[in-house]
Design a protein around this ligand. Structure first.
Ligand SMILES: C[S@@+](CC[C@H](N)C(=O)[O-])C[C@H]1O[C@@H](n2cnc3c(N)ncnc32)[C@H](O)[C@@H]1O
Length: 224
């Protein structure tokens, strides 16, 4: 066990970082707006802004959402695909939903999750894959960037498996090692590709969103 002084220092550092987080939440207009309007998270506004710009969501669509907890995006998507849409939301943490979303309470990237998704979708692919997946931050920049790139590639693989031809993939990325070559690779798979930072994304974070439209499924899947 760590000596008493070490443990006290650890507790103090954690409490300082929680206080900084609370102070930042109070200053943040989107966090305030989320709590005042009963949204599950401030992330709601990022998707709303992306949707306003790219017209991502329409009534009746089938959507696969990865990294859905606590549910800000989920509740937004539910509203936009009504009536008759289908949303599959995947996360190991609890997801707040306000509609008929099918919750997959597991991590994406495991065989059991794949089986659950296959059982629900059958042979009908989705119109849109959304990924807001993010790793737990360790503070070691190279390790965090490597983990975030793994999640980006997992989202790309989800679209390879479940997205219909001409469908759209939206994925959270963190600027850093590996992103430039991933973008070059994605431009070959999708007709349109843009990297954007919605206003609701914190200006001091390296977070951005890749919006890849018109999946070239046929040429890609047959390797043509
Ligand atoms: C930034 S939060 C998502 C916020 C959410 N979009 C919202 O609007 O409330 C990132 C989430 O990614 C999830 N995540 C990380 N790796 C994942 C994986 N392999 N499969 C599914 N979810 C994952 C985490 O559990 C976390 O809940």
């Amino acid at each position: 066990m760590a000596p008493m002084d070490e443990r006290k220092k650890g507790r103090k550092a954690r409490s300082n970082s929680s206080q900084r987080w609370l102070a930042r939440q109070r200053r943040d207009p989107f966090a305030r707006q989320a709590s005042e309007t009963g949204k599950a998270s401030r992330a709601h506004f990022k998707l709303e802004q992306l949707d306003e710009r790219f017209r991502l969501l329409k009534p009746g669509q089938r959507v696969l959402e990865l990294g859905a907890a606590p549910g800000g995006w989920t509740c937004y998507v539910e509203e936009r695909i009504r009536p008759a849409g289908l949303l599959l939301a995947c996360d190991e943490r609890p997801i707040t939903t306000s509609g008929d979303t099918v919750v997959i309470d597991d991590l994406y990237g495991t065989e059991q999750t794949d089986k659950k998704i296959a059982n629900i979708l059958g042979s009908r692919p989705v119109d849109l894959v959304l990924s807001d997946m993010a790793p737990n931050i360790s503070g070691i920049r190279t390790a965090d960037q490597a983990r975030s790139m793994e999640l980006v590639e997992l989202a790309e693989a989800a679209a390879d498996d479940w997205l219909k031809p001409s469908g759209t993939l939206v994925v959270k990325i963190f600027q850093g090692d590996g992103i430039e070559s991933w973008i070059r690779h994605m431009r070959k798979k999708y007709d349109k590709f843009k990297l954007v930072k919605p206003k609701a994304s914190r200006q001091d974070s390296r977070e951005m969103y890749a919006v890849a439209e018109r999946f070239r499924a046929e040429s890609f899947r047959t390797g043509a």
